[in-house]
Design a protein. Structure first.
Length: 100
C-alpha cells in the first residue's frame, strides 16, 4: 500500500472514530492479575524439614536428588510452614506438579 493511501486510510479511520478504539488499544485500561512475589524457603525451615523427614522421600525411598515441595501449592495460596512442606525426589515432584 502506498504511503499516501495509508495516510488517507488513517484519516478516514480518525473521522469515523475507529482509530482510538482499534488502532490504539494502549488507551484501554485492562485489569491485570496480581501475583505474590516469591521468596525462597528460609534455610532454617529447610533444615527442620530435612531433620523431620530424615533426608528421605518416604513414599519412594529416594535419598538423592530431593526437592522441597509444597503439599498445598504455593501458587494456590500454600504457605512455607513446615506442615505444608515435604521432601520429594525430582521424578515424584514432576509427577505431582503435572496434577496440581
Amino acid at each position: 500500500m502506498a504511503r499516501s493511501t495509508v495516510a488517507e486510510y488513517v484519516v478516514a479511520l480518525e473521522e469515523a472514530g475507529w482509530l482510538d478504539r482499534t488502532v490504539r488499544p494502549w488507551d484501554v485500561t485492562i485489569g491485570l492479575p496480581t501475583c505474590r512475589l516469591r521468596d525462597s524457603i528460609p534455610d532454617e525451615v529447610r533444615q527442620q524439614l530435612i531433620i523431620r523427614d530424615g533426608y528421605i522421600r518416604r513414599a519412594c525411598g529416594a535419598t538423592t536428588d530431593l526437592t522441597v515441595d509444597h503439599v498445598h501449592p504455593w501458587s494456590k495460596g500454600g504457605t512455607d510452614d513446615l506442615d505444608n512442606l515435604q521432601l520429594l525426589c525430582r521424578p515424584c515432584n514432576s509427577r505431582k506438579g503435572a496434577r496440581d
